[in-house]
Design a binder for this molecule. Sequence first.
Ligand code: ATP
Length: 267
Amino acid sequence: MDAISAEPLDRRLIDAALGHLSSRFALDVRETCASTSDVAHARLRDGAPSGSVVVSETQTAGRGRRGRNWLSAPGDSLTFSLLWRFPAGAQPPVGLSLAVGVAVARALEGLGAAGIGLKWPNDILADGAKLGGILIETVTEGGRHGAVIGIGLNVRLPREIAAAVDLRAGALDGTMSRAPSRNLLLARLLASLADVLDEYERTGFAGFAREWQARHAHAGRLVRILAEGAETIEGRAAGVDADGALLLETASGVRRIVSGDVSLRAT
Ligand code: ATP
């Protein structure tokens, strides 16, 4: 591990790397917390502004979807949550996890990462291995939508994490010649998120569908859709709809898979 990529999280360095965009974000850099998304939710309830960010060196109870764990290791992972408020009167933020996937992919590619792919609906892959996850939790108050956007990325992959996850895990350092410092990485991710979220407010996910599809890790492949308490559906992943639904070609025709509570697996 080189000195740059091991640099501790540092609010001043993140702000400096954000440059003129730093005024759009309020950074809370922590040594530890249970879950950055839990802290961001508390902030949301307390009326914190859009652009509040919680980033933590370690999480004692990092969360994935449906009560699953997100594992991280100090110095090797980047785990943060961004609070975002949508304008009054905006539609519910459908397809947001896919739009955020595009934002993450753009930022990683901008830093030189090769082979980045997106797995419906919320994973970041590199050459088929999971290097990141996105957890979107939305809250509606007084008819106005807000979101806590949680992102976990493996900059490097400790053996314990590789062994503990049930899928093949990967890390950013395998996709580029030199992993960036996490301060620079976070600044680039936030800049890309601001861009994408501004555009999302105008176009919804429809404005990103083509770009998402260009990185679709399972495009044209046979997959299974697993849902608790429901029958497994098999089909060929054809792409995504304008609202982020997965289009699955099955024996009985094309089906739209809309629930965020399902998991996709290659057959
Ligand atoms: P699936 O891919 O099954 O749909 P999910 O999207 O429901 O998963 P996530 O919310 O992305 O799950 O994250 C939780 C899951 O990710 C865990 O159950 C574990 O399999 C895996 N995981 C946890 N930590 C890591 C990590 N650091 N790197 C890669 N994978 C991880």
